[in-house]
Design a protein around this ligand. Structure first.
Ligand SMILES: C[S@@+](CC[C@H](N)C(=O)[O-])C[C@H]1O[C@@H](n2cnc3c(N)ncnc32)[C@H](O)[C@@H]1O
Length: 224
């Protein structure tokens, strides 16, 4: 009934307009994200980023000498094209690979084959059954005691939902006016969901000044 057709066209439109740049190690991301990437990279050799977008986070991981294998996956062909061009331009093709696809692609990845995973602004932008499938696959693919970073959009009040023109599909699943899904769960609801799969090492709210919004970030351990 629901599909990702509008999601793909929204992100294709964004990434299709971007030009890959020479990657500069001094390029800064939010300091809390930088710390989270440092945390996830310590003791890890391989990292998977599902819903990698521009690849900003996985390229940051690839900067670390101890990281040898990175894989970014995204549903948007234009995002993947952009990431591949960035990797080529920066001679990172052997270290960072990208592929276009949906959750099913994860089924082909062997268990315990990555030390860490990033799910940044993805599990609340997909349908609930896909979020569960994604988390189950991440749990399987990441090594025991491996690290996982989950970042979520802010929780929207009823007033904010009305303001941004989100349409309720069912339960807490909305579709934004641009076609992006939003599963609007409170932090406690997300915490309860996440704890069924992983041990929570840290929870932090990251404030993004340019959007005047906070994202919710969980740093997790794959307790198997
Ligand atoms: C909000 S962006 C986040 C990008 C990146 N993770 C970050 O935090 O900067 C969401 C990304 O997830 C991708 N995406 C959305 N639905 C997806 C799905 N079902 N499977 C894989 N990727 C998806 C989009 O194409 C987009 O690049």
């Amino acid at each position: 009934m629901y599909n990702y057709r509008r999601t793909i066209s929204f992100w294709d439109d964004i990434f299709g307009k971007q030009t890959p740049k020479h990657y500069d190690k001094s390029m800064k991301i939010h300091k809390d994200l930088e710390s989270a990437i440092d945390w996830i990279s310590v003791g890890s050799k391989s990292i998977l980023d599902y819903g990698c977008g521009s690849g900003a986070m996985i390229f940051k991981c690839a900067e670390k000498d101890n990281i040898c294998k990175c894989l970014g996956i995204d549903i948007s062909p234009k995002a993947v094209e952009f990431c591949k061009s960035t990797a080529r331009l920066n001679n990172l093709e052997t270290k960072v690979e990208f592929c276009c696809g949906q959750i099913e692609i994860l089924e082909k990845i062997k268990e315990n084959s990555f030390d860490a995973a990033i799910l940044s602004n993805i599990i609340d932008n997909i349908m609930p059954n896909d979020a569960e499938l994604l988390i189950n696959n991440i749990k399987r693919i990441v090594t025991p005691n491996g690290k996982i970073l989950i970042k979520l959009n802010p929780y929207l009040s009823q007033e904010q939902i009305e303001e941004c023109g989100c349409k309720l599909l069912y339960d807490n699943l909305y579709v934004e006016s641009d076609g992006i899904y939003l599963r609007n769960l409170s932090t406690t609801q997300w915490k309860d969901f996440i704890e069924q799969f992983f041990k929570i090492e840290e929870y932090k709210e990251i404030y993004f000044e340019q959007f005047n919004q906070s994202n919710r970030m969980f740093l997790l351990i794959n307790s198997k």
